[in-house]
Design a protein around this ligand. Structure first.
Ligand code: EPZ
Length: 432
């Protein structure tokens, strides 16, 4: 298993280019199941979850070309001859987002068999709202032997009200509704940029969706969708992670090829902390030359402060003057990184869904363990300001969602290296 060895103390200086959003690319790849024509997706990030999704689609008989190059990361997916509408336990257990194939499969093939994902390091994360939504559209859903079985001759448009806002739940039901007979109204939808990006792709494929980015979406079902070409939006969480790294290390860092509007909640918090933030077109520059001030954050659905930035923000608060309160409202168990930060010298007390961080403690390098994707990023940030060497174990979590993070960090002056088995770089994977 790979580890990162990080030596702290260097301010990050320079420019980092942001990759495409993993959480937009995954539903976009699943959307290709809705048509028998090729779907071309550009700006695909080179991360492990994309490779898992490629495996998932090829196991069903899809042709997936995935090419990573200096200028372009692209996939072409053709789901003309699907043979097996199934997502196996082997793949779903490594990536919960595999459940995104459920809606498209039942809409296009009339059946789907998808493993139940089970619990996760950050919370129980049930998929009941995906299932309730699909049932409203007329799918018959049964569960046995750890699998969800969904069947429908043709889905029928309906009104679906999500009891809780769910990102992939909204995406799953949205995809199914595009091929349903008649109109579907989805209420209390997720408004995340990744949902809006998916709706944009679906509309390019011939879907009729209105209201993406608002709580209510209206979808007029069509008989058939066709192929399309689409560029995936920049990864706002990767961009935010680098901005925090720049601010935390007292650096001067510019992130480029990002969408500053998607970063609004984070940029506001950075300014509250005393970090200078400059936005220019698709770039954001942070200058962390003054002392950091404590700030409270509460995670919320978009446009609120993202839960996927909470762990990294907590690393910043360990170096801010005074006490910051970090409240996690989306997932019930997303403080695993706090325990590792404490091992590095942070002063953090967990009280239910709140973490009270008393800042300006000096951190010292230690052997720590990553428990999930964003927790790993938080440990990398802490290691960048810790005294001495930090060894971060289980970095396979970070490889799921950050493209070449250690190379990008080294490019702006961080001392970080990977030890253990290396990932293949700049390869072209072709599968049919
Ligand atoms: C998406 O997960 C993201 N994943 C997560 O990214 C992100 O943390 C999360 O949204 C919240 O923003 C992808 O987009 C692939 P939810 P998702 O359904 O859709 C409850 C990362 O680090 N819920 O919006 O699975 C659920 O338990 C990650 O990249 C139900 O109760 O999250 C949670 O409390 C990890 N029943 C809340 O809703 C359901 O059927 C929000 O979860 C579905 C969800």
């Amino acid at each position: 298993m790979d580890k990162f060895v990080v030596r702290g103390g260097n301010p990050l200086l320079g420019t980092v280019r942001i990759s495409g959003a993993k959480n937009a690319a995954l539903p976009a790849m699943a959307a290709a199941l809705l048509t028998d024509e090729p779907v071309i997706l550009e700006n695909i990030p080179q991360v492990r979850d994309i490779e898992t999704e490629r495996k998932l689609l090829t196991a069903m008989g899809a042709e997936v070309e995935l090419g990573y190059g200096r200028a372009q990361h692209r996939t072409t997916i053709c789901c003309r001859d699907l043979v097996k509408p199934e997502a196996s336990y082997e793949l779903v257990k490594t990536m919960r987002a595999s459940t995104l194939v459920l809606g498209p499969l039942v809409a296009r093939m009339g059946e789907a068999r998808v493993s139940l994902p089970g619990g996760c390091a950050i919370g129980a994360r049930p998929v009941n709202l995906h299932l309730l939504g699909l049932e409203k559209l007329g799918a018959q859903i049964t569960q046995e032997h750890g699998y969800i079985q969904a069947r429908a001759t043709r889905l029928k448009g309906a009104r679906v009200v999500f009891e809780t806002i769910t990102v992939t739940g909204t995406e799953d039901v949205l995809m199914a509704a595009t091929l349903a007979d008649g109109e579907t109204v989805l209420e209390n939808c997720a408004r995340e940029p990744e949902v809006v990006d998916l709706a944009a792709l679906l509309n390019k494929m011939g879907a009729q969706i209105e209201g993406a980015g608002t709580p209510t979406m209206r979808i007029r079902g069509v008989e058939k969708l066709h192929g399309a070409r689409h560029r995936i939006i920049p990864d706002r969480i990767e961009a935010g992670t680098f901005l925090l790294a720049g601010a935390l290390t007292g650096g001067d860092l510019m992130v480029t090829a990002c969408e500053p509007q998607h970063l609004h909640a984070l940029l506001q918090k950075l300014e509250e902390c005393g970090v200078k933030v400059r936005v220019n077109g698709e770039s954001v520059r942070v200058m962390g030359d003054g002392p950091l001030r404590c700030t409270d954050v509460v995670t919320q659905e978009y446009p609120g402060f993202p839960t996927d930035m909470q762990a990294q923000f907590m690393a910043l608060t360990t170096q801010a003057e005074g006490a910051s309160v970090v409240t996690e409202n989306i997932f019930e168990n997303r403080f695993m990184h706090a325990l590792e930060l404490v091992r590095m010298g942070a002063n953090i007390k967990i009280e239910g869904s709140r973490a009270v961080v008393r800042g300006r403690t000096s951190l010292s390098g230690a052997a720590v363990q990553a428990s999930d994707l964003r927790a790993s990023a938080s440990l990398v940030l802490a290691a960048l300001v810790a005294d001495g060497e930090t060894i971060i174990d289980r970095v396979y979590h970070i490889d799921r969602g950050y493209e070449r993070i250690e190379e990008k960090l080294r490019g702006v002056g961080a001392q970080i290296r990977r030890i253990g088995e290396l990932l293949p770089r700049r390869t072209t994977a072709m599968a049919s």
